[in-house]
Ligand binder design. Structure first.
Ligand SMILES: NC(=O)c1ccc[n+]([C@@H]2O[C@H](COP(=O)([O-])OP(=O)(O)OC[C@H]3O[C@@H](n4cnc5c(N)ncnc54)[C@H](OP(=O)(O)O)[C@@H]3O)[C@@H](O)[C@H]2O)c1
Length: 390
């Protein structure tokens, strides 16, 4: 099942120099959030050793879930979505594949996609780029949004037979024989969570899926699901501008039950990176930020004060606003693994560079307090999208 790497990844001199520089910076501010490891070490993805070509870098790892649900991955993942879907213009497929390979080179072992992204073409891209690395890197995907003849219907369908069909189709598109983690993308009001969990339990027993997770569900649903088949991770929106999971019991239940947490849109869809502002024009047919109240020009103008806080704070430590947004999530819990998306090598290096920095609890608290003092303008979703989350 585990292919030997064909295109042996090369540790580029540039990435080495960048990592070395970042490590130097880390020394200046104290122990790193997650230390960059100097030597390669074998990834024990899925509990088995994979081949590690000489020269491939290794970054810090974290474990999502516990017991039989434990899943070891790089401390930062890579969200593939924006390479085809919802993030305006993107480079062509060849460039995206090259960037995904650069991420593998740098030690990223967690890549995130979903059937609905595209639909289908995001999984296809992930399969084409990363299928050859299966067993060494993990491409997680998601079912639930109904897709008929390659088109989204806007409905949910998590009936057992549909999950099974989606699983078979995802396996083909991802060019693998086992899905490292299969998430339910959105709660399906017509299918009891117990049925969904039982279906995943069977798929895990059959060896088609290794782990499972759920997105945007409440604490009660998590308890019910976990009792039937242990969950590895919950994937919901969480970042400095949206901290609902701290208040609605989701992080508490993850802590109590030993479930990992994967914050999606960790930079608030790029906003906390500082490149977006009231003048940004989104590509209407391929960007859902056009539909989000938090991304109107007025809301972005008001919310830019938060980016200003990050930028000012970052100047004290030699960090960028994107690194502070990611570092803030990483320091919250050792079982949190953010999945930032990018189409740019410079941003990939910047985001991974976060792992080399560490601020103390007091500094993070100071940043958090300053950000919290600024009210966030605009809801994260419009009314229709909000109906889909529990
Ligand atoms: N479960 C769910 O319901 C759900 C929902 C949404 C997303 N997701 C997952 O979460 C992943 C990430 O979410 P996302 O794309 O919405 O949000 P994000 O990671 O917060 O932001 C991505 C955007 O940030 C920009 N960016 C990346 N690094 C940057 C940097 N260092 N400085 C400035 N800008 C930077 C990227 O633009 P460039 O291309 O220019 O770098 C991209 O447009 C997705 O790929 C997907 O896998 C899951």
């Amino acid at each position: 099942m585990y292919n030997k790497l064909k295109n042996v990844s090369k540790c580029s001199r540039r990435s080495f120099l960048k990592a070395t520089a970042a490590m130097g910076a880390a020394l200046a501010v104290g122990p790193a959030v997650d230390k960059v490891e100097a030597a390669s070490r074998a990834v024990t993805a899925n509990g088995r050793k994979a081949n590690m070509p000489e020269g491939t870098k290794s970054i810090a790892h974290r474990t999502l879930g516990t017991g039989t649900a434990a899943f070891e991955v790089s401390a930062l993942g890579f969200g593939v979505m924006g390479m085809t879907y919802n993030r305006s213009q993107h480079p062509d497929k060849k460039q995206c594949i090259r960037l995904l390979h650069e991420a593998v080179d740098r030690g990223v072992t967690l890549f995130d996609t979903a059937i609905i992204y595209g639909p289908l073409n995001n999984e296809e891209l992930a399969g084409e780029a990363l299928g050859e690395f299966r067993g060494r890197v993990n491409v997680t995907t998601k079912f639930g949004h109904e897709v008929v003849d390659g088109k989204a219907t806007g409905r949910q369908d998590s009936r057992p037979a549909t999950i099974r069909r989606y699983c078979e189709e995802s396996l083909k598109r991802l060019r693998t024989d086992v899905i490292p983690m299969f998430y339910q993308h959105r709660f399906d009001r017509n299918t009891p969570v117990e049925e969904v969990a039982a279906t995943l339990k069977d798929l895990i027993k059959e060896g088609k899926v290794l782990h499972w997770g759920m997105c945007e569900v409440n604490a009660e649903t998590i308890r019910k699901a976990h009792a039937i088949c242990p969950l590895t991770a919950i994937q919901s929106e969480y970042h400095l501008m949206h901290r609902e999971v701290e208040r609605n019991g989701v992080l508490d239940v993850c802590r109590e039950l030993g479930i990992g947490f994967v914050p999606y849109s960790p930079m608030n869809r790029g906003f906390l990176g500082g490149d977006l502002n009231e003048y940004t024009v989104f590509d209407a047919p391929n960007d859902n930020r056009n539909t989000l109240p938090r991304f109107t020009p007025e809301a972005m103008r008001a919310n830019y004060r938060i980016v200003n806080v990050l930028q000012r704070f970052g100047r004290e430590y030699g960090m960028t606003s994107a690194q502070l947004a990611l570092g803030w999530l990483l320091q919250k819990e050792p079982w949190i693994v953010p999945i930032p998306g990018t189409t740019k090598l410079a941003h990939l290096d910047e985001n991974l560079g976060t792992l080399a920095f560490a601020l103390g609890k007091d500094e993070w608290k100071r940043l958090e307090d300053e950000v919290t003092a600024i009210p966030v303008t605009g809801d994260r979703y419009n009314a229709e999208q909000q109906k889909q989350v529990q």
